[in-house]
Design a binder for this molecule. Structure first.
Ligand SMILES: [Fe+2]
Length: 656
């Protein structure tokens, strides 16, 4: 079993069998319903049959190892102007999180785990793994190039040291924050926005400075890591720094800023690929992983560079490292037989009794027939929007047909309609889903990209026919990021697409994740019903149950909406009482400091008074002494007595 846990984001677990077959994988966010949840993995570990787990692989180094003298990269093209001094380490309490795990624990370096998450699922006999992320505590690196083969395993060839090299992922995240989006969450919006702008050389000059002198954007964002079950980690943006950075870009549109950073990221990756060639590395199979490769446009550039095959880890961000670490440890088992990852359906499944329970409790009307696929296709053909909740949920950021919303792609308006219903803002059009055998009609898919297209991790160019038949899924730059399905990978969606083609002649549908505004993709039947009724979609298909139409269940929808409003008002009340408590705390605290200040002022007064007293006494003594020295008969006791008297007076009123 692999665990990804960093006290920051994307907590996840994954289980592989001793022969390397993935058995189960889920991110905490799908269970806790908090996006990118980075809290403790405890809820995911409940009920684990520990007696059946051989080893636990944790996807980060146990202790930090400095990069040593050999940090100079043969491949990364951009050293920092001034080396970064700051090393991020996990605090000691990080390790105590794993104390209760009753199995042998093996720490697998984070970037090796990323590399493993792509290679061991690629089906290649040998490959290069390119890893690039935003870096990680306890690690010296933010990526690198690994040589991987089934016979020799995964061996680092060149690593990118975070103390000495510029990190394009961090720049992309910083630009996301400066443009007012949520860093580490909305980078995809920047990729979509980029197609509406033009790269700008003056803007690039500023971004290049940030890239090689990251101290220029110090303080823009800060991670508040947490290693406690009650506190959620958070990445915050500091508005004063953001505002001062925004001023530097007053003359550029946000579209041009997005286009500039996107172009920089693509060119940076191409420079890395060129340097790999210069090092004599083969241009055959390449596996990509790490947060940078969530960027579907960069992945298209890698494919166009000319590799024979490109595979992107479907869970390319940190949650995927749980699977990578598990695979990496299992790769030393004699029974290990790596194979092509055929799907990401590795998460929790919906259960028929759970679904029927909800249906009964809420008196939901539904229909069940032996030709659900036909019925779904006919609804889509009459411009309805259908949510699907079937089988195991997907592992990774994309919904690939088991927790998806399907809609007709024939009309551009569907983008506005769907975004409005799902309460989303997107600059990228929705992605198409299509049967593998129809894909070439609509998309110019390179052979090297075909496998990646099963997982919606890469953009491809669209044909004229695609623009005519399904404009809703074609971006302004005439690309799309399709998902290709077959009878084997997703029988239900495959059948729906076939029936839809028969009815309309069109081959692609919109496929977007089944979730509403900023929530994680639905996981359980309960999530699915809630999402369906709250978003007001036309139809919901639940596995083993059938089709639920919104039109037949308006009373149930009203009750869902009422409970949503109730929960919103409760959380508003909670937020307002939190705010009040905070104000009280501040009042108390300001009262405390006021009292302290008053006490200090009083002490200052006392000090002033006593210093005045001592000054007067000193002057008096001085005068007395002068008069004694001036006296010709200073031996006479009278002046001495005067001095003694003065000293006594002074001592008698000595301040406390
Ligand atoms: Fe990572």
């Amino acid at each position: 079993m692999g665990i990804n846990y960093s006290g920051q984001h994307d907590t996840s677990i994954a289980i592989v069998s001793p022969d390397g077959k993935p058995v189960f994988a889920v991110s905490l966010e799908r269970i806790s319903r908090k996006k990118q949840d980075g809290r403790l993995p405890t809820p995911l570990l409940e009920g684990i049959p520990w007696d059946r787990i051989a080893k636990v692989a944790i996807s980060v180094s146990e202790i930090y190892t400095p990069p040593g003298e050999n940090y100079v990269s043969k491949i990364h093209p951009l050293p920092l102007v001034k080396s970064n001094e700051q090393v991020h380490l996990h605090p000691p309490e990080f390790l105590s999180v794993f104390d209760d795990i009753p199995c042998e624990k093996i720490f697998v370096p984070h970037h090796l785990s990323h590399a493993a998450s792509s290679f061991w699922g690629s089906g290649y006999t040998d490959a290069l793994c390119l890893v690039y992320d935003g870096s990680m505590s306890n690690e010296s690196w933010f990526g690198g190039v690994y040589q991987a083969s089934i016979t020799n395993g995964i061996i680092p060839f060149d690593q990118f040291n975070k103390l000495h090299y510029a990190n394009i992922t961090s720049l992309y995240t910083a630009v996301t924050a400066v443009l007012g989006f949520t860093p580490l969450k909305h980078e995809g919006k920047i990729t979509g926005l980029a197609a509406y702008g033009q790269p700008n050389s003056a803007c690039r000059a500023l971004f290049e400075q940030w890239l090689t002198k990251p101290e220029l954007i110090d303080g823009l964002m800060q991670w508040h890591a947490a290693y406690d079950k009650h506190i959620a980690p958070a990445l915050t943006v500091y508005p004063p720094v953001r505002n001062s950075l925004i001023k530097q870009f007053a003359s550029f549109s946000r579209e041009d800023m997005a286009a500039t950073v996107q172009e920089m990221a693509e060119l940076h990756v191409l420079d890395i690929l060129k340097n790999m060639q210069l090092q004599g590395l083969p241009k055959k199979n390449i596996c990509l992983s790490g947060g940078l490769f969530a960027n579907v446009k960069i992945n298209q550039r890698v494919a166009e560079f000319g590799f024979e095959n490109v595979f992107i880890a479907p869970a390319m961000t940190d949650d995927g490292t749980a699977l990578g670490a598990a695979w990496q440890v299992a790769s030393s088992f004699p029974s290990f037989r790596p194979r092509k990852l055929d799907s990401t359906y590795l998460g929790p499944s919906v259960s028929k009794p759970d679904s029927l329970n909800i249906i009964e409790k809420l008196d939901i009307k539904y229909s069940n027939s032996s030709h659900c696929a036909k019925d779904i296709a006919s609804m889509l053909a009459s411009d309805k929007i259908v949510a699907i909740c079937t089988g195991a949920s997907e592992f990774g950021p994309r919904a690939l047909g088991n927790r998806s919303i399907l809609a007709p792609a024939t009309n551009n308006n569907v983008n506005q309609t769907l975004n409005a219903r799902l309460d989303r803002t997107e600059f990228m059009p929705f992605a198409p889903i299509i049967r593998a055998e129809d894909a070439d009609e609509y998309f110019n898919i390179l052979e090297s990209e075909r496998y990646a297209c099963q997982f919606m991790t890469i953009t491809v160019d669209c044909s004229e026919k695609a623009q005519q038949d399904c404009p809703a899924v074609v971006h302004v730059d005439r690309t799309a990021r399709p998902q290709l399905v077959s009878q084997e990978t997703n029988p239900l969606v495959y059948l729906v697409l076939g029936e839809y083609k028969k009815l309309t002649g069109k081959m692609a549908l919109v496929n977007t994740s089944f979730n509403i505004h900023e929530e994680p993709i639905v996981c359980s039947a309960d999530d699915a019903f809630r999402g369906f009724f709250e978003a007001g979609l036309d139809c919901l298909y639940i596995e083993d149950v059938g089709i639920i139409e919104l039109a037949d269940n308006s009373a149930v929808q009203i009750s869902y909406l009422c409970s949503k409003i109730k929960s919103l008002s409760t959380s508003l009340a909670g937020a307002s009482s939190d705010a009040k408590a905070r104000i009280d705390e501040l009042n108390l605290s300001s009262h405390h400091w006021f009292t302290v200040a008053q006490a200090q002022a009083q002490q200052m007064d006392e000090l002033k008074q006593s210093s005045h007293h001592w000054k007067t006494a000193t002057e008096q003594l001085h005068r007395e002494l002068q008069s004694i020295y001036a006296s010709k008969s200073w031996q006479i006791t009278s002046p001495l007595r005067k001095v003694m008297l003065t000293v006594k007076q002074v001592l008698g009123v000595k301040p406390k």
